[in-house]
Write a protein that binds this ligand. Structure first.
Ligand code: AMP
Length: 583
């Protein structure tokens, strides 16, 4: 299959803002794709070279693209740099330059999906001395054989800024429609996706086999499972209403969720967004040496601690561990501990179908009594059945530096990727002094003025509507930023600038200077939620043409690096917080 066909589809999708139309285009291209390369097409549509956990990231510097474009076109580096300053997108620059090439290549090789994909993989994988030259040669060879449209999308893929606005849900719909003829089968595909975290693999299996083959996809070691999530409750009685009888209450520690996969001596760690972070935690890996099991998949919260008093440190301290270099020094300077709260797989068998109570017993058997390492602990947990017990336990959690508590149904199974009432988070402090925080996605911005020239002034934030898989605006935030954090956020956001409002963002008539792909999640506090004719969160649910807005929103200083846009606070949660406010 020619790469040009995919590039033409990308060009159409780039201009499409309707999710249904996007799905139609996806179905068209998937139908045209020969079955043995369906996985590659799916990864390329996602702007990736494989599932997230394999981390074959391209991460090529813009400078290298500029140099390649100069070599291919005969234009000077300066000319290209100038065009880039005007156009602001190197993919578009490539399109422009290859339309007006000074020199032409004599021999053209037709670009196929396979050879583009393989070459991109080689570019991602090559490392060590001389790797830059090798990468340059690969990029030049691709661009030499490209038409202007192909070059535009090859450059975008290499830089990781394809930004077509296609969510996993949309791709799942398209895969279900293409290969089973029925969107309803998305549910089955979704389950398989939640345990395999690999849309390319699902499409490939389905294109060659049947829906039964998808149903038999099960948990595998070293393939991260999409984590189970919690609903939010704002008081103990609400939690107890959802669980008849006794609930399990646990500390809710403000660290980073880690999924541990172990078989024999091999141990790997994945984050909540399925990134492999094994190399960041050599101390945790070593601690697992003493745990004698054939295999396991467990989950826990890793948190930075103060070595002098073993107290938990805030989330930001943990982020210092997310470095590529000097890992040994960083490990020593920022000690962490792992607090385990779940066991998903053990001794060759899937434990997600047994109850939480059973899973916890197994976990205690493995890690409990005889303390095998002071780096690995069981998370603090008690049984609760009365409001006062929950209140006292919340106090204790907050005193110990936790964000709040989790309340879990002891009879519940582990439901990968699901946000249900089996797990509930209770973050609020009952004294009323601390307001609950929410995690919101940046979808747009206004330019800064005065001291903020060159940075963003106010950011347009959105909550996530999980039912419809879209983002709904909720406020503009301009306070709580230091000059430094604003600079960091501006840098991060600049990687996600798009030309028009993102197709999955619902923003009513709000006008912005810049729009972003929904990627960056910020923690926000606000004393109150109010009705607003401007924002679209829960629009029409309380009053026609009115949505919900955060009043006096303030950035807490915490960029939620561990959260993807779909992990942001949901419209449903905001609606419930609003409803509780009125009680
Ligand atoms: P939130 O990030 O507010 O949606 O809360 C869910 C997150 O809390 C999980 O993804 C974990 O990272 C974290 N967490 C902390 N303690 C626990 C616990 N005891 N059980 C489950 N998750 C926990």
């Amino acid at each position: 299959m020619n790469f040009l066909e995919l590039a033409e589809t990308f060009a159409i999708m780039e201009k499409t803002t309707s999710r249904l139309e996007l799905t139609d285009h996806l179905v068209l291209i998937l139908k045209k794709t020969p079955s043995d390369i369906v996985d590659k097409i799916v990864y390329l549509i996602q702007g990736k070279l494989g599932p997230d956990y394999e981390s074959s990231e391209l991460g090529i510097a813009e400078k290298l693209i500029i140099k390649s474009l100069s070599l291919v076109s005969g234009h000077s580096l300066n000319e290209i740099q100038n065009k880039y300053s005007v156009i602001g997108d190197l993919g578009e620059v490539a399109y422009n330059i290859l339309t007006n090439k000074i020199q032409t290549t004599l021999v053209h090789q037709l670009l196929t999906i396979e050879n583009v994909f393989e070459t991109l993989l080689k570019i991602a994988k090559v490392s060590g001395t001389g790797s830059l030259d090798i990468k340059l040669r690969f990029i030049v060879s691709l661009l030499n054989n490209s038409s202007n449209l192909e070059a535009k999308f090859i450059v975008k893929l290499i830089l990781g800024n394809l930004r077509l606005g296609i969510a996993d849900f949309t791709l799942l719909d398209a895969i279900a429609l293409t290969f089973t003829g029925d969107k309803k089968n998305r549910r089955i595909l979704e389950r398989a996706y939640n345990v395999s975290s690999d849309l390319g693999k699902i499409a490939l299996i389905l294109s060659k086999g049947s829906i039964e083959d998808i149903q038999s996809i099960s948990i595998s070691l070293f393939i991260p499972i999409r984590p189970m999530l919690a609903e939010r409750v704002s008081n103990p009685s609400e939690a107890l209403e959802k669980i008849n009888g006794v609930a399990l209450a646990e500390f809710k520690i403000d660290g980073e969720r880690i999924q541990i996969h172990k078989k024999g001596k091999r141990v790997e760690l994945f984050t909540r967004s399925l990134e492999n972070v094994t190399s960041n935690f050599p101390d945790i890996i070593k601690a697992f040496d003493n745990i004698e099991t054939k295999d396991l998949i467990a989950e826990g919260e890793v948190v930075a601690i103060n070595p002098e008093n073993n107290k938990y440190l805030p989330f930001q301290s943990l982020m210092r561990r997310r470095r590529k270099y000097n890992i040994q020094e960083i490990t020593a300077a920022y000690p962490v501990i792992l607090n385990l709260f779940d066991l998903l797989y053990y001794n060759g068998s899937d434990k997600t179908h047994v109850t939480l109570l059973e899973r916890r017993k197994l976990l205690a058997k493995l890690f409990g009594k005889q303390k095998k390492s002071d780096k690995i602990k069981l998370i603090d947990q008690i049984n609760v059945s009365r409001i006062e017990e929950i209140e006292i336990y919340t106090e204790k959690a907050l005193k110990n530096g936790c964000e709040g508590i989790m309340i879990k149904n002891p009879g519940s199974q582990y439901r990968a990727g699901a946000r249900e009432w089996a797990w509930m988070k209770l973050k609020k402090e009952y004294s009323g002094e601390v307001t609950d925080s929410v995690d919101l996605v940046v979808v747009g911005a206004l330019h800064g003025k005065g001291r903020r020239v060159g940075k963003y002034g106010a950011l347009l934030l959105a909550s996530y509507d999980a039912e419809r898989d879209v983002f709904c605006t909720i406020c503009k935030v301009g306070t709580g930023f230091t000059d430094n954090t604003l600079l960091t956020i501006t840098d991060k956001l600049n990687k996600h600038v798009i030309k028009h409002k993102h197709p999955r963002v619902e923003s009513g008539n709000t006008k912005m200077d810049t729009w972003f792909e929904p990627k960056i999640v910020l923690e926000i506090i606000s004393p109150e939620i109010t009705l607003s004719p401007v924002y679209t969160t829960a629009i029409d649910r309380i009053k026609p043409e009115y949505g919900l807005a955060l009043r006096f929103p303030k950035f807490t200083g915490k960029i939620r690096e561990d959260k993807s846009a779909e992990d942001a606070t949901t419209v449903k949660e905001i609606f419930e917080i609003y409803r509780d406010q009125l009680k």
